[in-house]
Write a protein that binds this ligand. Structure first.
Ligand code: ARG
Length: 258
C-alpha cells in the first residue's frame, strides 16, 4: 500500500515503501560501521522486504525514528538490525515494537518535531548505540554529517541495501531562503538543513526516520524535502537538540522500565 501526504507546492512528505530504495548519490554502507542503523519495516509495505522507514538505536531497547513514519498500527512495525540487504533475512536480528511515543508537538501542518521514540519488545543487547546530540550549536554550517538509509536511490545504487552519504550542513539560512520550505514549516530551532544546493546527493523516500550522524552522535532524523537531490532543494531533518529534553526523558524512561 502506498501512502502519500502531498504538501503545499507539491512537496512530498511521505512516500513510503516505494519500489526502489534509499539514499540518492550515496555509497554502500556496512552494518559493522553502522550497527545502530535500524530498518523500521512494516508488514503493510509494498516492498516484499518490508522496507518502510529508517531509525537509530539509541539504547538497547529504544529507537528514534520520524513521527510521520508512525501512520500504521504499532503492531505492524518491526525493527531490523544488522541487515545491510533487506532481502537477506539470513542475517541480522528482528524485534517487534512494544510501545510508540510520538512527539506531542508533531503536526502535519508545519512538520515540526517529526520525531518518535519506539520501545523494542526484544532489546538489541550488545549493539553499539548512537547517543543523542543535545547541543544546539552542533547544527552549524560547514559541519559534514552523514545520512544512512535503505531508501530510494533513484538508480544511483543497489535496491534494498543500506546506503550512506555525506551531506554538508548548509545552515538554517539556506533552507529559510527557499520559499516553499518556509511555507512548509522549516524552523531553525528544530530543523537541520543539509545536502547540496547543486543537487545530486540527498536522502529520499524510504529514508525517513533514518539517522543523520555527526561525530558519532544522532544530530537529526530524515524528515522531508522537495523531491530528492534536486538543485536548490536540500534535505530537511528533525534536529534532535530541538527536542532533547523530551527525547532524553523517553529514552531514560524506557531504560528504567527494563
Ligand atoms: N519523507 C520521506 C520518507 O518518508 C523522506 C524524504 C526525505 N527527502 C529528502 N529529499 N531528503 O521517506
Amino acid at each position: 500500500m502506498l501512502k502519500r501526504a502531498v504538501l503545499l507546492v507539491g512537496i512530498l512528505l511521505v512516500v513510503t515503501a516505494g519500489a526502489k530504495p534509499v539514499v540518492v548519490g550515496g555509497t554502500v554502507a556496512s552494518t559493522t560501521e553502522a550497527p545502530w542503523a535500524i530498518a523500521l519495516n512494516n508488514t503493510q509495505s509494498v516492498s516484499s522486504s518490508g522496507r518502510y522507514c529508517g531509525a537509530a538505536l539509541v539504547a538497547p531497547d529504544k529507537i528514534v525514528t520520524a513521527a510521520h513514519c508512525m501512520d500504521e498500527a504499532v503492531s505492524t512495525y518491526y525493527a531490523v538490525q544488522g541487515r545491510a540487504n533487506l532481502e537477506d533475512d539470513s542475517v541480522g536480528q528482528v524485534s517487534a515494537i512494544s510501545k510508540a511515543w510520538v512527539h506531542p508537538g508533531y503536526n502535519t501542518k508545519d512538520h515540526r518535531y517529526d520525531v518518535a521514540v519506539l520501545t523494542l519488545a526484544t532489546p538489541f543487547v550488545g549493539v553499539p548505540v548512537l547517543p543523542l546530540e543535545t547541543r544546539a550549536r552542533s547544527d552549524r554550517r560547514g559541519a559534514v554529517p552523514t545520512v544512512y538509509g535503505w531508501g530510494d536511490t533513484q538508480g544511483t545504487g543497489p535496491d534494498e541495501t543500506l546506503q550512506k552519504a555525506a551531506v554538508p550542513d548548509l545552515g538554517d539560512k539556506a533552507c529559510l531562503a527557499v520559499k516553499s520550505y518556509v511555507s512548509n514549516g522549516y524552523a531553525a530551532a528544530t530543523n537541520v538543513c543539509a545536502g547540496y544546493l547543486a543537487g545530486g546527493t540527498d536522502a529520499c523516500q524510504g529514508d525517513s526516520g533514518g539517522p543523520l550522524v555527526l561525530n558519532g552522535r544522532l544530530l537529526g532524523v530524515v524528515s522531508w524535502g522537495q523531491g530528492c537531490a534536486q538543485p536548490g532543494k536540500p534535505g530537511v531533518y528533525t534536529e534532535i537538540a530541538g527536542a532533547a529534553k523530551a527525547l532524553l526523558q523517553q529514552v531514560r524512561t524506557a531504560q528504567q522500565v527494563r
